[in-house]
Design a protein around this ligand. Structure first.
Ligand code: GDP
Length: 194
């Protein structure tokens, strides 16, 4: 998809605030700093619509972006901040759980992991949670430019094994620096919203 129009529609904390449309939605989840904002900005060809390197402690909201009047990207706040209090974490968990389990037009979840490392416990939990609810997942392994191409396969295998990756899901090796995987990511998203 060539994107010319992308705009933030709302930062929501509760279902009442979700946009009242039936446009298909693609959620994006990943631990803080994994490269989620960079992924979104690469796909929509913007330098900084989705904020990069969001700071801990900022309001934890679900950010809905309208893309070409045909779908919403729903940016789920990053997990894995040690500094966030237990009660904040519980609130965060509830907010995303409500969204992911109850939103009818949610078609797939882009789950971002870092290609360089084995998935964290939280990455694994997130993936298992999505599989439990039968949500199609597009695993995007970021920062591919930081390791040599010859090692990509090995890293992909490590990640798939740790996640207990479901063969019906899609796995994409991605870099916002080289744009590797951008077309593949769009293809997977377009397939999911068909
Ligand atoms: P977010 O917290 O998940 O939204 O992550 P950001 O998109 O803000 O990225 C976190 C940091 O990783 C920033 O310093 C980015 O410049 C860097 N980064 C993100 N994606 C890539 C990538 O594909 N390659 C490299 N080399 N750095 C990246």
């Amino acid at each position: 998809m060539k994107v010319h129009n992308a705009e933030i529609v709302i930062s929501a904390v509760s279902p009442k605030q979700y946009p009242e449309t039936d446009l298909p939605e693609i959620a994006l989840a990943g631990r803080s700093n994994v490269g989620k904002s960079s992924f979104i900005n690469t796909l929509i060809q913007r330098k900084n619509l989705a904020r990069t390197s969001s700071k801990p402690g900022k309001t934890q909201t679900l950010n809905f972006y309208l893309i070409e009047d045909t779908l919403h990207f729903v940016d789920v706040p990053g997990y894995g901040y040690a500094k966030v209090s237990k009660s904040e974490r519980a609130k965060w968990g509830q907010m995303i759980e409500t969204y992911l389990t109850q939103r009818e037009q949610l078609r797939a979840v882009v789950s971002l992991v870092d290609l360089r490392h084995a998935p964290s416990q939280e990455d694994i939990q997130m993936y298992q949670f999505l599989k439990y609810y039968d949500l199609p997942v597009i695993v995007v392994a970021t920062k591919a430019d930081k390791i040599p191409r010859g090692k990509w396969n090995k890293h992909e295998s490590v990640i798939k094994k740790a996640l207990d990756f479901d063969k019906s899901d899609t796995f994409i090796i991605f870099s916002s620096v080289t744009k590797e995987g951008k077309e593949e990511a769009w293809q997977a998203i377009e397939q999911a919203i068909k």
